[in-house]
Design a protein. Sequence first.
Length: 438
Amino acid sequence: MFHKRAVRKASGLIMAALLSSVALTGCAVGDGPGEDRLSEEPVTIRLTWWGGDKRQQLTQQAVELFEKKHPNIDVKLEFSDWTGYWDRLATMAAGGNSPDVMQMDQLYLASYADRGALLDLEESRYFKKESFDPEILKTGRSGGTLYAAPNSVTAAGVLVNTTILDRLGLELPDTTSWNWDEYSAFSRKVSEESGGKVSGSYPMGGQAALELYARQHGEAIFGEDGGVAVTPETVEGLWGEGASLMKADKSISPSAVADSTALPLEQSPLATGKVAMSVAYSSQLPAYAAASGGDTFAVVNLPSDQAEPFQFIKPGMYWSISSQSQHPAESALLINFLVADPGAAKILGVERGIPAVQTVRQQIAPDLAEDDRTVLTYLEWLEDGKVAGSPAVIPNGASTVEQTLVRYNQEVVFGRMGAHEAATGFVDEMTDMVESAR
């Protein structure tokens, strides 16, 4: 369930993706990068990101500290909301006027990388890739080339409103090893004990749930070759789990599921206490807790019928350098500072999520709020033997994978399509989109 900070984030994805694709396709991204050396003269570089007022304020404070440490570097700040960001970035890239350092998302990394808009960070003498765990750094690669430095990390899991469970006198099963039958049985128990006022869980149908379910069955949504790798049978299997939950858990209807996809996170069933469990990224836990009015949330692993690890850690967002930058050395210094400098860490905290760099995590851990500490504990638990490597980067053309999944899943929920027909439609449509973008 990726309610609308993920699906509102996604509300402009189709248009932004189309604009980005149109603007970037076949475009000349400008002159090549400048010389990889630090200038002794005053230098101005541009930094751009998406986000709200708090992110703007904290980033500005961090950049001011960077400028004090590097008095000859002046950093011009540019920022906007999610949709406006990608529209502007595509326009600037097409016009040969990209910012030097840009916040990048996994949805668009391959798109910008494939069209030569990003700098290979391993060609920089100043970018400190040793700050990162190699597996985390791998998530910034597209086609084997390092185009992005992970700024933060997150992982999918089941968010659980433990306040609801306490009120019902229920305890979670052993979530370190639970299977799909146990998950379904517990979900049904929540519904029964609440008298149908609370649904045990929200049906699984989005990208994160599918990626993990596919990995449990030896597959992945996308392959290392950049193509669609998941089979219709696996997609159908995930939707079958969701359908069985809805049949057993009569407190949530198909119309309620459909309506909830258009709601902001604050009004989603999980935030408003209408469901007790839902798949989401761990980084969303503090937002759900705040929206609930003070309920306590846990994050646990997805159920599985196998013992082998299937989880993955993904970047919350990245920093990339434009291939047009005339000051790649200074740009690399800025990225190093934002992801790993102790002073920057003290200012930025977890506003962009749990830091990707381990030393920074250790530094800020003692001062984390309870919800953020819960997220960090979950990530560290996964990293201790529960991770089965990173999935392939989302290929160019596939940035609408979440909305496409939701659309076909709703066809199944309302009975307009059979599960196999819808799953086949999803795989075929995504394959066409990826191949068309090549």
